[in-house]
Ligand binder design. Structure first.
Ligand code: HEM
Length: 128
């Protein structure tokens, strides 16, 4: 279909749920990310499912519950370095691999996530 949203094209709620769960399983084990994420990711997972749903053109679940995402502002209390942005994206690629998301829809979603991840960077890597 020509006019469907990325949300529909990727497979809707079922796929977003699988993707987000596969993603945070990796975040929880990534040495660069562990220090800034809570031990219990239940609420983080719930919010990310809501956010990605609306980010990909599905129903505005995140905004309905939490208001305007203001994503960069909500990340300012965490040190998001270029290294952490790359770690985040590597977890996302691995999660996409795990759930078998491939082809042009994967590439479109991943490209948007690269831009958003880089936009979240608020702290330089330490200069050696
Ligand atoms: C929340 C890290 C990129 C969406 C968070 C939290 C951390 C974090 C530590 C707080 C978790 C919690 O306390 O529950 C990072 C890092 C990134 C990154 C290191 C690397 C660039 C992104 C991107 C998106 C995103 C690209 C969206 C596509 C969210 C959302 C929340 C969140 C929706 C929940 C905000 C809320 O509290 O309502 N992130 N993030 N993040 N992140 Fe990220």
């Amino acid at each position: 279909e020509q006019w469907q949203t990325l949300y529909e094209a990727v497979g809707g709620e079922k796929t977003i749920t699988r993707l987000v769960e596969a993603f945070y399983k990796r975040v929880a084990k990534h040495p660069d990310l562990i220090p800034i994420f809570p031990d219990d990711l239940t609420e983080t997972i719930r919010k990310q499912k809501q956010f990605l749903t609306q980010y990909l053109g599905g129903p505005p679940l995140y905004t309905e519950e939490h208001g305007h995402p203001m994503l960069r502002a909500r990340h300012l209390s965490f040190e998001i370095t270029p290294t952490r942005a790359e770690a985040w994206l590597s977890c996302m690629r691995a999660a996409m691999d795990e759930i078998g998301l491939s082809g042009p829809v994967r590439e479109q979603i991943y490209h948007r996530l690269v831009l958003t991840a880089h936009h979240m960077v608020n702290t330089p890597d330490n200069l050696e």
